[in-house]
Design a protein around this ligand. Structure first.
Ligand SMILES: Nc1ncnc2c1ncn2[C@@H]1O[C@H](COP(=O)(O)OP(=O)(O)OP(=O)(O)O)[C@@H](O)[C@H]1O
Ligand SMILES: [Mg+2]
Length: 433
């Protein structure tokens, strides 16, 4: 799919920032995870349960606690509390620096997208402009590029959520694989419920892109044809057409908002139900040994509880991405060079005319048209002479003049400058004269 290719190509331009963003996301997730599981022994200690349960703690906790063995008993609780606070500070520091790197990545990518679009518009052949509406192009450069930038930002956030969830799942698996099986199934169901909303988000996104394109095109048409609009007293009709487009767009935006605002709460409610389910089923699965069960379940539920907002972020982000992906597709189609006309340039530097310009049995028809505008024109233009073209409107005078700066190439025959085909000259050196 083109849209994914475009995103990958863009991201590949800034490997350092991409790697940094992902690494910081990973570090944040790790600090978050370790900080979270360390809360369990502190709680147990505060509840006066620590000595009873130290043997039954999940292995991952026992290993983590091993790090505190060297600390004297009296200070162990304080040391653990300090460790939790430090880890949470580190986690937030990573998130902060991570949001700076992903912000920088985002700004660089949106600048490079805009400039790439502008470069294409300047490079592409005039024929492209006769088949493309100016409103579409302005819309591509503004609205669609903006939405593509949102796609990149959302993608960065999604990657961080996925990395975090992955780290948490490893912790959950190390605590109890049985409970993880139950929780995984339940949270998979939550993701499945979000799937319908995500599909809907994509269709709203397509609708938004279509309406914004129509709006831009209409505005540009009104502005470029304002004399005609006024001379035919059509102001009211134009107003109503645009008003209709604006109203439809507002409606699509409202419905998108309804959807996005809904994904979070639905996710949270479903996830809490899943959490309760895990607690209930967990009791059945490992409930035999009540003491061991309580420490494992406590660790488990706290980690799961910390993970749930990231699941919400993941599902919300998927919806957001689906909503802006149609714009990524539009931008990647717009930036494709293979399907657009470009004037090939020769490599002979142009030197001032010596003898003559020769329109050598030249024929021309406009791209996409069947009739010839010029048919086997043979014309010698000696240096220093002046030529006046006379003919009815539509006879082809402007077209003939347009072939000289190579706005178009002849369909047959050629133009020769001092005997050399115009196509052999470096196009810029020739036009600059
Ligand atoms: N961009 C275009 N795409 C398709 N057809 C075109 C395009 N520009 C001009 N034509 C057609 O080519 C023919 C020649 O047009 P051209 O503008 O060269 O005539 P002209 O002699 O300059 O007329 P005028 O005296 O009105 O300026 C006309 O039939 C016109 O409709
Ligand atoms: Mg003309």
């Amino acid at each position: 799919m083109h849209s994914k290719k475009l995103l990958l190509r863009l991201l590949r331009q800034y490997p350092l920032l991409v790697v940094l963003t992902i690494l910081l996301g990973f570090a944040g997730a790790l600090f978050n995870g370790v900080g979270t599981i360390l809360i369990v022994p502190i709680l147990l200690e505060l509840l006066g349960q620590a000595s009873n349960l130290s043997d039954q703690l999940p292995p991952i906790l026992q290993q983590t606690l091993g790090a505190f063995d060297a600390v004297p008993d009296n200070y162990r609780l304080l040391a653990m509390a300090l460790a939790v606070v430090s880890l949470i500070i580190l986690k937030n520091l990573s998130s902060y620096v991570g949001s700076l790197t992903s912000g920088a990545l985002n700004r660089k990518l949106s600048t490079s997208l805009r400039l790439e679009g502008l470069r294409l518009l300047l490079d592409v052949d005039l024929a492209y402009y006769s088949t493309t509406r100016a409103g579409d192009l302005i819309n591509h450069l503004n609205v669609e590029v903006n939405r593509t930038t949102i796609a990149i930002r959302t993608l960065a956030r999604l990657v961080i959520s996925i990395v975090t969830i992955f780290v948490f799942i490893v912790f959950l698996l190390l605590t109890s694989w049985q409970l993880t099986l139950v929780a995984g199934t339940a949270l998979g169901l939550v993701a499945l419920i979000s799937q319908a909303a995500i599909r809907q988000a994509r269709s709203f996104g397509q609708q938004l892109s279509y309406l914004s394109k129509e709006y831009s095109t209409r505005i540009v048409e009104i502005l470029t044809g304002i004399r005609l609009v006024k001379s035919t007293a059509n102001e009211e009709m134009e107003y109503e057409t645009v008003q209709q487009l604006v109203a439809e767009r507002e409606d699509a935006e409202y419905r998108s908002q309804l959807l996005f605002a809904g994904i979070g709460p639905i996710n949270e409610v479903c996830s809490m139900i899943a959490l309760m389910g895990v607690a209930a089923i967990g009791r059945l699965v490992v409930g035999g040994q009540v003491e061991a069960f309580s420490s494992i379940l406590l660790t488990y539920l706290i980690v799961l509880f910390r993970m749930i907002p990231f699941i919400g972020q993941l599902n919300g982000g998927r919806g957001q991405l689906a909503n802006v992906l149609p714009s990524v597709l539009i931008v990647s189609e717009f930036l494709r060079r293979e399907d657009k006309p470009f004037m090939s340039s020769g490599n002979h530097t142009y030197t001032p005319l010596q003898k003559e310009i020769h329109f050598n049995h030249l024929s021309f028809r406009y791209p996409g048209h069947n009739e010839h505008v010029l048919n086997r024109v043979n014309l010698h233009l000696k240096r220093g002479t002046t030529l006046a073209l006379v003919g009815a409107s539509g006879a082809g005078k402007s077209t003939l003049a347009d072939l000289l700066p190579r706005f178009y190439d002849p369909t047959d025959g050629k133009i020769e400058i001092d005997g050399r085909d115009l196509k052999e000259f470096d196009i810029k050196s020739f036009r600059k004269i």
